[in-house]
Design a protein around this ligand. Sequence first.
Ligand SMILES: Cc1cc2nc3c(=O)[nH]c(=O)nc-3n(C[C@H](O)[C@H](O)[C@H](O)COP(=O)(O)OP(=O)(O)OC[C@H]3O[C@@H](n4cnc5c(N)ncnc54)[C@H](O)[C@@H]3O)c2cc1C
Length: 472
Amino acid sequence: MSLEKYDLIIVGAGPSGIFTAYEMKKNDPSVRILMIEKGRSIEKRKCPKRTTGVCVNCSPCNITTGFSGSGSFSDGKLSISDHGEVGGDLASYIGHRKFSEVLDYTDGIYLKFGADTRVYGDNDQEVVEDIRRKAFQADLKFVEAKVRHLGTEKAYEIYSLIQKEIERMGIELLFNTMVKDFIMEAGPSGNQKITGVETDDGARYYADKVVVGVGREGSNWLKSMCDRYRIDTQVGTVDIGCRIETDAAVTAKIDSIFYEAKLVYYTKTFDDKVRTFCWNPRGEVSEEKYDELAVANGHSYKDEALKTKNTNFALLVSKHFTEPFNSPIEYGLYIARLGNMLSGNKVLVQRYGDFKRGRRTNQERLVKNNIQPTLRDAVPGDLSLVLPYRLMLDIVESIEALDHLMPGLAGDGTLIYGVEVKFYSNRLVVDDTFQTNIENLHVLGDGAGLTRGLMQASMNGVCMGRMLTGTW
Ligand SMILES: Cc1cc2nc3c(=O)[nH]c(=O)nc-3n(C[C@H](O)[C@H](O)[C@H](O)COP(=O)(O)OP(=O)(O)OC[C@H]3O[C@@H](n4cnc5c(N)ncnc54)[C@H](O)[C@@H]3O)c2cc1C
């Protein structure tokens, strides 16, 4: 049993946790910080599937756990638009003025560690207006957003340098260790107060404050902690949908100007909000594992030699549930499990032509298809056996609308991978220092439902680090 006492324990070494540690230690070098991470250190993070094309079910998954969390093998698209509409809700907690300042500062840290200086979405007003007009004509809302693209291999390099810097600063890192429980005691007014954490090997670590940044990967565990210790949460939305893969020529105009398009569509039949997300020009569709569950995702490389001929992006339907239902994560998991049941725990793929006609895509049809899947072990199948009717229709109506902006997208050969689910729906109730109703327990990033992307998760960490050192 450890009796170590720290100023701060950070659970999870994803971008939100890393930037908390970095900013806090920078502002006050005397603080003792321990970061506990269930995955591996960055140099030991290797995804065999990247070279062999076959997932060997690493436990825990190297794509979503380890130093820099879901960041190191991500596509590394940093949303740097200061209106705060993209990648989370941080602006609603810190205000737009502070948001702009923290954005510039955090972007500066990425640049310092080697991020590309090019920003997409900053140029060619004539083409921008043409895209905006076509979007408007198709009833699509076009959210103009600037993007700095790190690229998958470059993101890994940048986070490797950040790990070195974190170590150099004297922040203690404990890898391959999962926090399984909180240590609580009664505060002076009978309220609960956190004093430390217990890890899966039975060790106990104590600190004045605990910051939890466990990402989507840890959101189920965090929910169980909320249930156990009565940590206040609010029912959020759940985003469910699929990943679309098309010929890169279909999206080329948008890719070259914006790198990715943030498009929102309200469907004609159900008036559901559908949005494009995580756009990967000339990239690859990838598989993300949540515990044993395979769901779709995507990324792209910076290196020209590693680029493909296809572009992929997610098409997500945002569902907000009302009373009495309060388990959106469970709902998302249920649909993902259904897909996995049919595919033997793999991602399903279907041609759009088959999806519309209500027939299964089999190996024969897939081989003849005019584009080939970049996710090589995706299983050809029938998504209509997985997605509820409402989601199916939302996806079809959205693809038809997007086809006005990107002619060819609604062609039979476009591929649909399913399912893609975003598990950031369990939003914790926090005050303006991201503290929960438990004294000294702060939460941040995707796992707390506050952010949905690299930049805002990193910014959330910067805010936290400043708040904890009184430099906010
Ligand atoms: C394949 C992929 C591609 C992506 N591409 C992009 C992109 O291009 N642009 C973008 O903006 N966003 C992208 N994202 C999303 C982005 O990676 C996340 O928004 C961001 O990493 C969230 O940061 P975080 O710190 O909140 O959580 P995470 O990065 O998820 O980190 C959480 C960490 O906590 C650890 N953890 C969980 N539970 C425990 C526990 N109980 N004990 C100890 N440790 C624990 C996990 O192992 C993990 O390392 C992508 C995500 C994926 C998976």
